[in-house]
Write a protein of this length. Structure first.
Length: 574
């Protein structure tokens, strides 16, 4: 299986009113919480990965506003992310190119870090000429990932010094650095068919004094222009709870002003921390999550930042050594791969509320299973929507029967209101007696809808987070089901004409016209205007796969309503 990444309450009112409140609340909530403005994917790399080792220069200027290296070295804060060291001479490193069937990378002997990492099978746009997705998007002086400063050793910033390359092959690259009797080794181990690899860091104390190494591994990122459906975000799984902070908003003052938050620390019990987008994740996973901590730092507010996983310093007497092992996953949010890595990395996929996750994963599996038979994800979405409608038909039938009975009682209810125009209590009493005599439950149309909401919300999340839909074509102009469709740009306006949201809005108008209603005509007319317009505007920026699902679901509901209404009015069992 591949997955590519409040309560809603019913009331005793007619279907249109309930639909207005339920859908408005659900869609607005999902829109505000889970649909940020498009930010970018990593910027394409202009030059190919070198075939042979090359020389690069490290930036030597500290980031303005952050403490200098010496100040950090003397600080007793264990959660402080070091700034770049200011050095008198320009350090250089040797590049070690790596290539597997899944990714291409460059390791840099300067700090024994990861300079470049791109995915072979994923491109920024559907165009075959598009550049690959790059997951290393840091900017100098935090350009390289997996840096380990070790300033507390008194040897300077080890992320800015050249390491010796002891070994370099397709499976393992070993770097080492030694000064004043203290030796640091960083061992990268790779597998040919995995986006996961390990980093083993060993500190050997050959000096005459005790040292206290603080193991910390960083992954930087910066906001990049692009066309993916979401921005990059800091992410951490801490004490079993997911926290996401959009990079484009972190370190920026809030709407009402106040001091911006430029740093967040998560003490202990960090299963993993990293950078996520809708469909990709770069995560650092400590081998000992109980003692591991995490940190987000905005190195340039709302533009760039660093996430790190770290441990408190350990006392290392002379002649002793200590090591920490970190795993790294940098790749697509495919459920099978994430589950194989473990450490709760599956939570990097936006599965909604915890109780909803099995529903979302189940729909994702079913969508992929349909695609394996019919290799078109647009058709797979249509078939999946039909299947969901078929399964929920008993609940829908119960709801529709209740609505039709309520509509049949409307003349009698009107008569009761006219009989007791100034006595609401008497109206209510006689209405309840009427319901009992006729065997009608006024809430009968609400409960089935409420029971169906988890199904529809689960399907919503599955379609929104599925990497299967990324750059998946449907028909004609719809060449990416994970992005809004655009037939053409309206001349003089600059707004794209999106056909699917407009058709979806039309189906909503038609659905409301044929749905039984108990409100007065003025209210019904207002809802028939407001709801479709509001939903069309909201869905105008939604991925075309989601809009297709909602449009087909509306069309099926219309057909079902027409059939049930005709059958019930003819006195036949529906």
């Amino acid at each position: 299986m591949r997955l590519r990444s409040g309560s809603l309450r019913g009331t005793a009112m007619d279907r249109n009113t309930l639909l207005a409140f339920a859908l408005s609340f659900a869609v607005l909530t999902l829109w505000m919480l889970f649909t940020p403005q498009p930010q970018g994917l990593p910027k394409p790399v202009g030059e190919p990965v070198a075939e042979a080792p090359a020389q690069i220069a490290a930036e030597d200027a500290p980031i303005p506003g952050l403490p200098e290296a010496e100040a950090i070295a003397t600080s007793d804060r264990s959660d402080q992310l070091p700034a770049a060291a200011a050095v008198a001479t320009q350090a250089v490193g040797t590049l070690v190119p790596l290539e597997t069937p899944l990714f291409r990378a460059e390791l840099d002997s300067l700090g024994a870090t990861l300079r470049h990492y791109e995915l072979v099978a994923y491109r920024a746009t559907p165009s075959p000429a598009s550049a690959p997705i790059v997951l290393t998007t840091g900017q100098p002086p935090f350009a390289n990932a997996l840096a380990t400063p070790f300033r507390e050793l008194g040897l300077g910033d080890l992320s800015q010094v050249p390491f010796e390359i002891e070994r370099a092959d397709a499976h393992e690259v070993v770097f080492s650095f030694e000064r004043a009797g203290v030796r640091v080794r960083k061992v990268y181990s790779f597998e040919p068919d995995s986006y996961a690899f390990s980093l083993r860091i060993v500190v050997e104390n050959g000096s005459d004094a005790a040292i206290g190494p603080r193991y910390a591994v960083t992954w930087p990122a910066s906001v990049q222009p692009g066309n993916d459906f979401t921005e990059q975000s800091f992410a951490v799984l801490h004490e079993g709870s997911m926290t996401r902070e959009p990079l484009a908003g972190f370190g920026k003052s809030g709407f009402f002003g106040g001091s911006p938050t430029t740093e967040a620390v998560f003490r202990r019990e960090v299963d993993w921390a990293g950078i996520v987008t809708t469909y990709f994740v770069a995560a650092v996973i400590p081998e000992d999550p109980v003692q591991a901590s995490g940190q987000f730092v905005a190195t340039e507010p709302a533009r760039a930042g660093v996430v790190q996983v770290f441990f408190d310093p350990v006392m290392l007497p002379p002649g002793q050594n200590a090591e920490r092992i970190f795993r790294v996953y940098a790749g697509p949010k495919e459920a099978e791969r994430l589950e194989a890595v473990g450490a709760g990395l599956i939570r990097s996929i936006d599965l909604g509320w915890n109780w909803l996750a099995p529903v979302v994963l189940g729909f994702a599996w079913l969508l992929h299973a349909i695609y394996s038979v019919i290799p078109n994800y647009g058709l797979a979405i249509i078939l999946l929507t039909i299947m969901v409608r078929a399964v929920t038909t008993p609940l829908t039938m119960k709801q529709m029967r209740s609505m039709e009975r309520m509509r049949a009682l409307q003349p009698k209810l009107t008569e009761l209101k006219e009989k007791h125009p100034d006595d609401r209590q008497k109206q209510s009493e006689e209405m309840m007696q009427l319901y009992r005599r006729e065997g009608v439950n006024p809430l009968g149309g609400c409960l089935p809808m409420i029971l169906q909401l988890p199904v529809f919300i689960g399907l919503f999340y599955a379609l929104r987070s599925s990497i299967d839909l990324r750059q998946a074509p449907f028909v004609g102009w719809i060449n990416d089901l994970s992005s809004p469709d655009a037939l053409f740009e309206i001349p003089g306006v600059g707004i794209p004409l999106r056909v699917l949201p407009l058709i979806m809005g039309a189906t909503m108008v038609l659905q409301q016209k044929i749905t039984p209603t108990q409100v007065d005509p003025a209210q019904a007319k207002m809802m028939m205007t407001v709801m479709p317009v509001m939903m069309t505007v909201l869905f105008y920026q939604f991925p075309s796969g989601l809009v297709l699902y909602w449009m087909v679901s509306n069309a099926l509901a219309i057909a079902h309503q027409l059939w049930v209404g005709r059958s019930l009015r003819a006195g036949k069992p529906a």
